[in-house]
Design a protein around this ligand. Structure first.
Ligand SMILES: NC(=O)C1=CN([C@@H]2O[C@H](COP(=O)(O)OP(=O)(O)OC[C@H]3O[C@@H](n4cnc5c(N)ncnc54)[C@H](O)[C@@H]3O)[C@@H](O)[C@H]2O)C=CC1
Ligand SMILES: NCC(=O)COP(=O)(O)O
Length: 334
């Protein structure tokens, strides 16, 4: 195996969640899912607790290619205690953060071709002093990119959505919106469609915030004061941008055919349509980074951890999209 070989780095997420189980199942079904070699990063005990497949402990990503057919390659991060599935602990939260840190470091150094992050519990991470809203902003910081210049995209077979605001109380959304933030997220989404998806002239549809996109100002002025100026600024740069669209009528099949991504104003406006249509195969991809980072759309699912109920398809889709995006980025000049 040539030393230039670069596997994908897959952090297991919270050891008490379903991350270890879905990663193990992805290795089981690697041929059916069409997955390239990847290395798991986390506590091997969290895998052994929920999955009876073979592990292949590696010390270096360059060992992954030859190990991959023998067992699931793992770069071991031992938690100070072994978590029980469904019972998150402080030690497990630290372990999930250490795994994320190592995975991002491998991608930044070029030892991994991309990062796929397993689900972490934000509540658990906040409890150990994690000061970022989510993994998206953590990865952005580690890559030296301002959180305002990255975008969280949720991608499925017939829909891609990007929330302008992410993890904050709904009551704070309107105050958090500004033309410059909407514009920056829109630009990150458009460039991401080019760089990660290979769409050369992408189309972005922008949602309104208020019912009926504000009804000409009668139902709210955010469209007039914040969203339309951002759309106009993006159009001035030559991007194909439409809106603001009433959010209730922009996700049916006919509407979805008119755009490559929808820019939404808040978390649930973006994630509800995506998960309603594509929960089993939805992927979260961070746009605007110097590295590729994806994740399954679901969370830790502590309620089903350790019961062999976790569906691995979203994790498989995240691994596949990470590999495809890394390839697009290696072959495109945008
Ligand atoms: N990328 C990440 O790290 C994400 C982390 N989270 C975190 O996950 C925790 C739990 O969040 P929830 O809102 O409850 O969402 P969740 O996705 O963990 O669970 C929602 C429901 O879907 C089910 N479910 C989720 N994934 C499944 C799978 N692969 N197969 C079968 N059933 C599945 C669960 O059992 C549960 O009933 C939160 O602390 C949140 O912060 C949530 C989303 C993404
Ligand atoms: N709801 C999406 C989500 O929680 C993912 O957040 P992140 O940890 O990937 O930033």
């Amino acid at each position: 195996m040539a030393n230039s070989y670069r596997p994908l780095a897959v952090s297991l997420g919270d050891p008490a969640g379903i991350g270890p189980e879905v990663v193990g199942k992805c290795w089981d079904h690697r041929d059916r899912f069409g997955l390239p070699p990847f290395v798991a990063i986390g506590d091997p005990r969290s895998l052994a607790a929920v999955w009876d497949g073979p592990l292949a402990t590696v010390d270096d990503p360059r060992e992954v290619d030859s190990a991959f057919d023998v067992g699931l390659p793992i770069l071991s991060i031992a938690s100070v205690e072994a978590d029980l599935p469904g019972h998150p602990t402080v030690a497990g939260a630290h372990c999930s953060l250490d795994a994320l840190e190592l995975a991002v470091g491998l991608a930044r150094s070029g030892s991994a071709s991309a990062v796929v992050t397993g689900p972490v519990s934000k509540q658990q991470l906040y409890g150990i002093g994690f000061s970022h809203p989510g993994q998206t902003e953590f990865v952005a910081e580690r890559c030296g990119v301002s959180p305002g210049n990255v975008a969280m995209m949720l991608a499925g077979p017939t829909l891609r959505t990007v929330p302008v605001t992410t993890h904050l109380p709904l009551g704070h959304v309107a105050a958090a919106l500004s033309p410059s933030l909407i514009e920056a997220r829109g630009r990150a989404a458009l460039r991401g469609l080019q760089r990660n998806f290979g769409i050369s002239d992408p189309r972005l549809a922008v949602a309104g915030l208020n019912p009926h996109a504000g009804e000409g100002g009668a139902l709210g002025r955010e469209e007039i004061e914040l969203i339309i100026p951002a759309i106009e600024a993006l159009r001035t740069e030559g991007w194909r941008v439409t809106g603001p669209h009433p959010a209730d009528t922009m996700f049916h099949a006919g509407a979805r055919a008119q755009y490559d991504a929808a820019l939404c104003m808040y978390h649930d406006q973006a994630l509800i349509p995506l998960k309603a249509l594509h929960f089993e195969e939805g992927v979260n991809i961070t746009l605007g980074l110097p590295i590729v980072r994806t994740a399954p759309d679901h969370g830790t699912a502590f309620d089903i951890a350790g019961q062999d109920l976790a569906d691995p398809r979203a994790m498989a889709a995240a691994i596949r999209l990470a590999a495809e995006s890394a390839l697009h980025r290696a072959t495109l000049s945008v």
